[in-house]
Design a protein around this ligand. Structure first.
Ligand SMILES: NC(=O)c1ccc[n+]([C@@H]2O[C@H](COP(=O)([O-])OP(=O)(O)OC[C@H]3O[C@@H](n4cnc5c(N)ncnc54)[C@H](O)[C@@H]3O)[C@@H](O)[C@H]2O)c1
Length: 395
């Protein structure tokens, strides 16, 4: 059993607490938030002991691991205090906004013999594990090109996201999200998966801009709401990656190899199916496709009356999941398990092995993310200097 303390009882803490109910080996023992209203609401709703001060939480000797669920710009100070108090830290993304501070944190944890790990943890989910297995098995041959997207749709101003609330009434932190930027908030959902599968990135060439400067609320400065980049990995693998709050929602992943391609429609779900399309298709499958596509081409004569695009019809293979299937649900519309990361770290502590989402892994992500969001700092092309030890897929 690992006892956990939470610092930061805001919007996302609700989802962690809900997912934690599926883990008998993890117990949320106490929580602290600078905002007393958020702290009390969280603790009351989820039956957790509230602490009036951070010191009081950190003095609880039975707590081994702290989840740092504060806003990105508080990550350094909070993680540093937790390490000072001798606690392992699993922090929400990114490790910190500033790469040199993030490096300090990871070095400090190492010198103290403590763990620091960083979200996101979707690479430990069934979808990404299945993609990873298929790539390793050579199902699509040598990988050449990847397209990964995290377009969230035009959530602001029209959808007024500052009015979204979690189960205990804390609003989605729109101001903070818009100031930090969707690339710092979301790029790691695909970068972490690609880095785990293809190894450390070597170079990022990028562009970013702010397409909707007025999102309906006052901010100190509006971060880019669109970024696009090409990431070069070893062995000639290139990934084109996009993040945004403008284009319609698209969180898909396409990995193209010499023998076919893998496709995930919605990478943010941990149990999203993985589809494989091989270059060589059995004759009977091709026949069915041709038949449907003949009807489709007839329909094209009436295209002017049909209010949706008529796409080419293709049959895919749906790959069996790599791990036993589990039902995870952080919220009604989120098939996500936020506790996969803390659980993996807790098991690593108990088993005395390295945890997968290491501090070095988090720093490497941060270096790529900074290049994507701030290309002007690097003349639009950044050679990536940090690295991390290879990560193994789950057994
Ligand atoms: N909102 C989401 O949907 C979502 C999803 C996944 C991950 N995340 C990540 O989770 C983290 C938190 O996001 P959120 O949406 O919950 O933000 P939030 O603003 O709703 O909650 C953050 C909480 O941290 C508290 N806090 C800030 N600094 C603190 C400090 N020094 N000490 C104690 N408490 C402090 C705030 O008072 C607030 O209650 C971020 O890193 C974000 O990237 C958010």
């Amino acid at each position: 059993m690992i006892n956990i303390g939470i610092v930061g009882c805001g919007y996302v803490s609700d989802l962690y607490a809900k997912n934690s109910r599926s883990y008998s080996n993890l117990r949320i023992k106490g929580a602290f938030d600078l905002n007393p209203l958020n702290r009390e609401r969280f603790c009351q709703y989820h039956g957790v002991t509230p602490h009036q001060t951070m010191e009081s939480l950190l003095e609880d000797q039975s707590i081994q691991l702290i989840l740092n669920l504060t806003n990105p710009r508080s990550h350094y100070a909070v993680s540093k205090s937790c390490l000072d108090a001798g606690k392992h830290v699993y922090t929400e993304k990114p490790v910190d906004i500033d790469i040199s501070q993030a490096k300090n944190l990871v070095n400090y944890a190492n010198t103290k013999g403590l763990r620091i790990g960083c979200a996101p943890c979707n690479l430990l989910g069934n979808t990404v594990q299945t993609v990873w297995k298929a790539v390793n098995e050579g199902q699509i041959g040598k990988v050449r090109l990847i397209y990964a997207n995290y377009d969230d749709g035009m959530i602001a101003p029209q959808m007024r996201p500052w009015e979204w609330h979690n189960s205990f009434g804390v609003p989605w932190p729109a101001k903070d999200e818009f100031e930090v930027g969707c690339t710092y908030e979301h790029a790691a959902y695909f970068l972490s998966c690609l880095n785990a599968i293809f190894g450390p990135a070597r170079c990022v060439t990028s562009f970013s801009s702010c397409q909707i400067p007025d999102k309906g609320i006052v901010v100190e400065s509006m971060a880019p709401d669109f970024s696009v980049g090409c990431i070069e990995y070893d062995d000639g693998v290139v990934a084109r990656v996009t993040c945004g709050l403008v284009a319609p929602q698209d969180k898909s992943l396409l990995i193209v190899g010499d023998d076919g391609y893998l496709f995930v429609r919605y990478l943010r779900n941990d149990t999203e199916p993985v589809f494989l399309r091989r270059n060589t298709i059995p004759v009977n499958v091709k026949r069915v496709e041709n038949m449907v596509n003949r009807i489709r081409s007839k329909l094209k004569n009436f295209e002017q009356f049909i209010p949706w695009p008529i796409d080419e019809f293709q049959i895919y293979e749906r790959l069996p999941f790599a791990l036993p299937q589990s039902i995870v649900q952080a919220s009604v519309d989120k098939r996500v398990d936020f506790m996969l990361g803390p659980n993996e770290m807790a098991n690593a502590i108990l088993e005395g092995r390295n945890h997968r989402l290491s501090g070095d892994f988090g720093i490497h992500l941060l270096e790529q993310i900074e290049a994507l969001q701030h290309p002007e700092r690097f003349n639009y092309k950044r050679k990536i200097e940090t690295t991390f030890l290879p990560i193994e897929p789950l057994p």
